[in-house]
Design a protein around this ligand. Structure first.
Ligand SMILES: Cc1ncc(COP(=O)(O)O)c(C=O)c1O
Length: 476
């Protein structure tokens, strides 16, 4: 386990202490928020009242997120200490804002950057806002369910041969499904090429716990790392962390802080920040017994899956398990599980992804129960037909972000899209890798593939029922 866990200093919660004292004071509020400690609140939601007493604004003793000097600074410093960063930040608009600030703060307009094509949309939005020149690297796919599995060193080396002046590598680690790949090799190679490494570690804020969790991107030497605390730790939705590696210059640090200021609210929610502090404290107090309780709970569920005739597949992250049910699709299995009150993280054509919680030894949880699946459900066979999902190893945009900004758009049918430049992304699931990216010229092969996916009833995000899409109107 991380050597910082169970460090006495890490048991402190400075933000909680100052907020708790403040809320108990006899006081009259002549400041925002408008609920004034809950006085005019919804009578049907009285259970919110305690939470509302923590929902304060940045009055002097409660510090200021964008320039912290008191409790918030102390609280964020403890976070940095736990993760071993140069500096760590609380984010109140998810990894979405973290990716925007990380990318905009670490690059300069017009820079060429390598980007994992299976990245989250916030990464693509950042590339666009920063007016970068991305080279999208196509990731490997898992054998199990054809979901993305990161960039290989061979692909990165090959790409560097063709684009020697790239300044940053942007990757997703772990994948949404909790799989890891040799990021250390990529970082070492990128370093040799004087290239910055930016990691969207949205699904790995708990990796800092150490074994049996995979090694965290920060420990592998990444320069900047963004994590969705809310995805895997006990913190509120929208909360995330951004960490800087020790090698990051003060200039980049300053630029990232500037963009956090630009993109984050000037009225950050104290309940959100309180939960970020709690998540750090929770990790710091997490011990071997808690780990054993966490893994034992997961294993009891795996036994129930097996009894119900499901096959389970363990991801690299011990908290993520995929299950499949014979020849039924993941979507069919997810619907059956929901009928029994089991709600999954996501389902695709092959598997259902389940995300398990970190548990304290003393946490009371619902005992795993017997799963009843119908014996005679008509099998909508998973089509074995070759999906032929093919994208070149790396691709560039045909219309730069700068030119996109001054181009008009129009809606057309997919059938008429050959040779047009897409003004939106189109992403089939699985694998969840955009087949067409905003700014790419659409080929007849891509149109054939998209028609094929739709015929197979696969989810194709970006193509409505009318099979229409938005393109740039180059000649109008
Ligand atoms: C890989 C990845 N990065 C970033 C995000 C955005 O995270 P958030 O919801 O915390 O803004 C997500 C959300 O699903 C994600 O899967």
């Amino acid at each position: 386990m991380n050597k910082k866990t169970n460090d006495e200093n890490q048991h402190r919660r400075p933000l909680f202490e100052v907020l708790n004292q403040h809320r108990k004071k006899e006081k009259v509020s002549f400041h925002v928020p408008g609920h004034k400690n809950g006085v005019n609140w919804d009578e049907q939601l009285t259970s919110f009242h305690t939470m509302l007493s923590f929902d304060q604004t940045e009055v002097s003793e409660l510090d200021y997120l964008h320039e912290p000097v008191g409790a918030l600074k102390e609280s964020q410093d403890l976070l940095g200490e736990l993760y071993g960063s140069k500096k760590s930040y609380y984010l109140i608009n998810g990894s979405t804002v973290g990716n925007l600030a990380m990318i905009m703060g670490s690059t300069t307009k017009g820079d060429q950057v390598f980007v994992d094509r299976s990245c989250h949309q916030s990464v693509i939005h950042a590339l666009e806002l920063a007016e970068l020149r991305p080279i999208f690297l196509t990731p490997e796919l898992t054998e199990l369910d054809e979901t993305p599995l990161g960039i290989t060193l061979a692909r990165l080396e090959e790409a560097f041969e063709n684009y020697p002046s790239v300044t940053a590598l942007i990757v997703t680690y772990p994948t949404y499904d909790g799989m890891v790949y040799p990021l250390e090799e990529l970082i070492a190679y990128a370093r040799k090429r004087k290239c910055f490494v930016l990691v969207d570690e949205a699904h790995g804020p708990h990796f800092t716990l150490g074994e049996p969790f995979p090694v965290s991107a920060l420990d592998l030497g990444a320069d900047v790392v963004v994590q969705s605390a809310h995805k895997m730790l006990p913190s509120l939705t929208q909360t995330a962390y951004l960490h800087l590696g020790h090698q990051v210059s003060s200039l980049i640090k300053h630029k990232i802080e500037h963009y956090l200021h630009v993109f984050q609210s000037s009225s950050p929610s104290y309940p959100l920040m309180l939960s970020l502090e709690y998540a750090r404290y929770f990790l710091a107090c997490f011990n071997e017994n808690d780990l054993n309780a966490t893994l034992a709970y997961r294993d009891l569920w795996k036994i129930q899956f097996e009894k119900a005739g499901l096959k389970s597949f363990q991801s690299s992250d011990p908290l993520k398990v995929r299950v499949s049910w014979g020849n039924h699709s993941g979507e069919v299995l997810a619907a059956q599980l929901e009928k029994q009150g089991i709600f999954s993280e996501k389902a695709d054509h092959f598997t259902v992804l389940l995300t398990f919680p970190l548990l304290k030894q003393t946490t009371e949880v619902r005992e795993p129960f017997c799963i009843q699946l119908p014996e005679h459900l008509e099998i909508k066979e998973i089509e074995n037909e070759e999906t032929n999902f093919s994208i070149a190893s790396y691709t560039e945009l045909d219309l730069s972000y700068q030119s996109q900004n001054s181009s008009r758009m129009k809606r057309i049918l997919l059938a008429d899209a050959e040779g047009q430049i897409a003004a939106q992304n189109i992403t089939p699931y699985p694998p969840g890798i955009p087949l067409v990216l905003k700014g790419e010229r659409i080929t007849i092969e891509q149109i054939r593939q998209l028609n094929h996916f739709v015929k197979q009833s696969m989810r194709v995000v970006g193509l409505g029922n009318k099979m229409e899409l938005t393109v740039f109107s180059e000649n109008d």
